[in-house]
Design a protein. Structure first.
Lengths: 203, 537
């Protein structure tokens, strides 16, 4: 065995344990925002009710379905690679990316609509609102913004996975990166599962 | 590339040479040293800032700097010392170097991630430095970045916040790496309760790093959003709540104190058995007290906010939990003392530093209880008493443990020995200087001298002057110690593989360790700290 470099190989259970721990930290990152949400909601229950009516439940529900389906396709692609069907795995990942794109486009129109109404932090319209509504929209932009950032990071990660499947570096024996990418994608989904009711449904 | 032209046996230091071989190395030992050199440079910088602050306070009124400069200086001193020096300190330096060796592994679980986290750390440190110089005025919020001031202060607060965020990310990655390493990389036969206690303390630390740091990460992001987007979470004018910031900040920053002190406890727990040639007293209680400190320490943050207007119920609750943390800490102190009792105590420099750790940590701990009591807290909050208390814990505790660690593991790291006489002299200067610097602050704090003040009532002149003299003695001690160590690393006598007759795994391999630590992975058949085992004779 060569003594010039440490082994490059990371065993799959080790790699997954690392990923799970990282996902914990992500949950805690959003956890900080959930705490702020809880505090503000209990302080300004009526304003939160009023502000939440402003959000479009249909768009939110569509995005929820889109993300849930994308979580399914990413899981299916993992099964496909384990069954040595690299082409199918890449196709499913591509669908996942497309769904991520649909989610982001919806988000873009949603945010755009708010900006059209001058409902964004720091705007004069926003400053004229009751305190609780300012907090609600602040949380809305902060939470969905941070979540959208995670969608983008997850998308980049899955794109890398597609290229690695293409080059054969990810295959039926070694698919740790794909597994971790899928775990990350599930996290993106999971966070949204919390954001959707908190922001859109609980009014 | 192996360098076979040298006559020395190959080890991690000489198997490859050149700057790039260091900057691209995924070897945990080299990464540990890179952390050590970086941290030392930042430590010296911030120590000099501390000295300048002390010189300013030599006389009442303006001595050498304006009030604004002073505000910037204690902020920079705090940011560097807390986020760049003390939080990563022991774990990133000695944890990186010795954790894999002590559990019988060739490296950490994710070597590349380890190198990456060093670069993230450097990026954060550089941002921190940049925040001090950009636009000609440094942040002046104190290292705690309290809103509403930090949301409106016209200084480089956003850059400093970003720096702290990035440094937090590096800390998370190190913690993650250590947890996985300890779970997955232990040598065959090394069960959890055969693991030495320094790795145990790193394990408890790593969980805090992992579970607490993201909270401060999101909090700092919220302050950044507050400043750049006027989002208003902490701004009462928009409906926000400044006390909420304090909660979120201390949810991380109090556990961060345990990130600093737990590895320090781990270090001295290694030193006492070795220099007493006696098994550690109460291995299992030490393990569980580490875990208990990590667990309970997570829930005491409110004691920073007794005067911030939180409810009476939450005040007594946080006060009660604060007293609870003292119990596992005290268990450790009694275990260390009992380890020495009846052993063949050999007062070499590492033990000298470790014993002074107990002394200083105990003072810091007891004064912590004074601050944790609701009645006395009202009097002492935001006085110099607090400054003295946390310097006794952080510098007297973590700092002296760092000095103990470097004197303990120095022969293993460099394969050479430093000069004992000069090490003892430097200890004398450090110990005397430290106490002279910080003890008067307890007294002045009780008398009502507020912290973070640039000026003071002339009645405090004597105490302030004594403290400044102490600062000079401390700096002299630092210069002697660092010179002695630097000289020792280059010209010191060649050290044997096991100069202290230690029994943990790092002492069973050559000094300096070979590139991959072990030729073959050892098989562990018994608990650590058995001084009767044949290979120690």
């Amino acid at each position: 065995m060569s003594t010039t470099e440490h082994s490059e190989f990371i065993d799959s259970d080790t790699g997954k344990l690392g990923m799970w721990l990282f996902l914990f930290t992500e949950l805690f990152l959003f956890g900080g925002l959930f705490i702020v949400y809880a505090v503000m909601r209990s302080k300004y229950a009526a304003d939160f009710h009023q502000a939440a009516l402003e959000l479009n439940v249909f768009v939110g529900a569509t995005n929820t379905v889109v993300l849930l389906v994308s979580s399914m396709t990413v899981a299916m692609s993992l099964t496909a690679i384990q069954q040595k069907r690299a082409g199918k795995a890449m196709g499913l990942l591509f669908i996942t990316l497309l769904l991520a794109g649909v989610f982001m486009v919806n988000k873009y129109f949603e945010w755009g609509h708010k900006f059209g109404l001058h409902l964004y932090p720091g705007s004069d319209v926003m400053k004229s609102l009751p305190h609780g509504e300012i907090m609600f929209f602040g949380l809305y932009f902060m939470m969905t913004g941070l979540h959208a950032l995670h969608v983008i990071i997850g998308g980049v990660l899955l794109t890398i996975v597609i290229f690695k499947i293409k080059s054969g570096k990810i295959n039926a024996e070694h698919y740790l990166l794909q597994e971790n990418g899928a775990l990350y994608w599930h996290l993106v989904d999971l966070i949204w599962i919390f954001l959707f009711p908190l922001l859109y449904l609980v009014t | 590339m192996t360098n076979s032209s040298t006559s020395e046996p190959l080890n991690y230091l000489n198997h490859k040479t050149g700057l790039w071989s260091w900057l691209s190395s995924t070897d945990h030992k080299r990464i540990g040293l890179m952390y050590m050199y970086t941290i030392t440079i930042f430590f010296c910088t911030a120590a000099i800032l501390g000295l300048l602050m002390r010189i300013e306070k030599l006389t009442p009124g303006q001595t050498i700097m304006t009030a604004q400069t002073y505000n910037g200086m204690f902020t920079i001193h705090g940011i560097i010392m807390i986020f760049i020096v003390v939080i990563p300190g022991l774990a990133a330096v000695f944890g990186n170097f010795f954790l894999p060796i002590m559990i019988g592994a060739k490296d950490v679980a994710f070597p590349k991630l380890n190198l990456f986290s060093w670069y993230v750390f450097i990026a954060g440190a550089m941002l921190g430095l940049y925040s001090q110089f950009a636009n000609g005025h440094s942040p002046d919020t104190g290292w705690t970045f309290y809103v509403p001031y930090s949301a409106s202060a016209s200084s480089n607060v956003v850059i400093a916040l970003t720096a702290a965020f990035v440094l937090g990310f590096a800390s998370i990655l190190t913690g993650l790496n250590f947890i996985v390493t300890i779970h997955r990389m232990r040598a065959p036969g090394m069960t959890w309760f055969r693991m030495p206690l320094f790795p145990w303390s790193l394990y408890a630390t790593a969980w805090i790093q992992l579970l607490a740091t993201p909270i401060v990460g999101i909090t700092l992001l919220m302050v950044i959003a507050e400043r750049t987007l006027h989002i208003g979470f902490f701004d009462p004018a928009l409906g926000g709540d400044p006390v909420l910031y304090q909660h979120l900040f201390w949810i991380y920053s109090h556990p961060a104190v345990y990130v600093m002190i737990l590895p320090a406890m781990g270090v001295v727990t290694e030193i006492f058995p070795t220099f007493s040639q006696k098994p550690v007293f109460g291995y299992v209680p030490i393990v569980f007290s580490s875990l208990a400190i990590a667990l309970v320490g997570y829930f005491v943050w409110g004691h920073h906010m007794f005067t911030s207007g939180i409810s009476y119920e939450s005040r007594w609750f946080f006060s009660f939990l604060t007293f609870l943390v003292a119990i596992p800490s005290a268990i450790k102190v009694f275990n260390w003392l009992s380890t020495m009792y009846g052993g063949s105590v050999d007062l070499k420099p590492p033990l000298l530093f470790a014993i002074s750790f107990i002394f200083l940590f105990t003072i810091g701990g007891f004064t912590g209880l004074t601050l944790g009591s609701l009645a006395t807290n009202i009097q002492l909050h935001n006085t110099d008493f607090v400054v003295a208390h946390f310097h006794y814990i952080i510098f007297g505790g973590m700092g002296f443990a760092f000095f103990a660690a470097i004197h303990y593991w120095f022969p293993k790291i460099y394969g050479r020995m430093y000069n004992f006489k000069w090490a003892n002299i430097s200890w004398g200067f450090l110990f005397v200087g430290f106490n002279l610097l910080y003890f008067p602050l307890f007294v002045m704090g009780i008398q009502g001298m507020p912290r973070r003040y640039f000026d003071y009532d002339p009645k405090f002149q004597t105490g302030e002057m004594l403290s400044t003299i102490g600062a000079f003695i401390l700096i002299i001690g630092l210069i002697i110690m660092i010179s002695n160590l630097v000289y020792g690393s280059r010209r010191g006598a060649i050290a044997p593989a096991n100069p202290w007759h230690g029994v943990t795994l790092e002492w069973q391999i050559p000094s300096p360790p070979p590139h991959e630590n072990f030729d073959e992975i050892p098989v562990i058949t018994h608990e650590p700290y058995r001084f009767d085992h044949p290979y120690t004779k």
